[in-house]
Design a protein around this ligand. Structure first.
Ligand code: HEM
Length: 179
């Protein structure tokens, strides 16, 4: 009975993290992003910045919840033997789980790059380069544009990775893995 409750709770938290991460990314990419083009650039920039700041809190909460709920799920499952007895790297279930964790690590690295490298640049929080004021401003604008391109690129990559991880998760939950 206790094991069942742990499993239900772990599953609930895992799916909640998926909903927040994937649902949020889709909404940012396909709803908010396109809508921003219809407001003046200065307002679009503030809107984009404020919404991304708030969304990043949810992203980190979801990224933290994945391994906790995932491990809890794994240790409360009756099909654990598929991975542990056969070896983590020699069964389809084991390889699928390893791939899931590796891709989660990529999401964490990309999240860190967005949060600590590119978003500060996008917000113009980098030191101005160059001596002359005009040169410094041009340099800062160029750095911001480059950062915006990288944030958008990484966000799309993360979305694609998350979609693949969901497939891996489904293959584990309703089969013996896909790899
Ligand atoms: C360290 C990270 C992770 C670990 C340890 C982990 C572990 C697990 C485990 C053990 C299962 C259960 C398999 C079963 O029921 O037999 C599972 C299912 C699943 N995982 Fe993960 N996972 C992680 C990250 C992720 C991420 C990043 C996503 C998506 C963005 C994800 C999406 C799913 C989905 C959709 C399922 C199927 C749930 C269901 O239908 O019940 N997981 N995961």
């Amino acid at each position: 009975m206790t094991a069942t409750w742990i499993r239900v709770l772990a599953s609930y938290l895992h799916l909640l993290a998926v909903a927040v991460y994937l649902g949020g990314s889709v909404a940012m990419e396909f709803v908010l992003g396109p809508a921003q083009r219809f407001v003046p650039p200065a307002q679009a920039q503030v809107l984009g910045q404020k919404s991304a700041d708030r969304f990043l809190v949810l992203v980190w909460a979801a990224l933290a919840l994945f391994p906790v709920s995932g491990m809890l799920l794994f240790f409360s499952l009756s099909d654990q033997h598929l991975v542990t007895h056969g070896g983590m790297f020699s069964t389809s279930a084991g390889l699928t789980l390893v791939a899931m964790m590796a891709l989660w690590a990529v999401l964490v690295v990309n999240g860190a790059l967005i949060t600590f490298v590119f978003r500060p640049r996008l917000a113009g929080k980098v030191a101005a380069r160059g001596g002359a004021v005009a040169g410094a401003v041009a340099g800062r604008i160029e750095a911001m544009q480059e950062a915006a391109t990288w944030v958008s690129r990484l966000t799309r990559i993360d979305l694609a990775i998350a979609l693949v991880v969901v497939l891996l998760g489904a293959s584990l939950a309703y089969g013996n893995g896909i790899l």
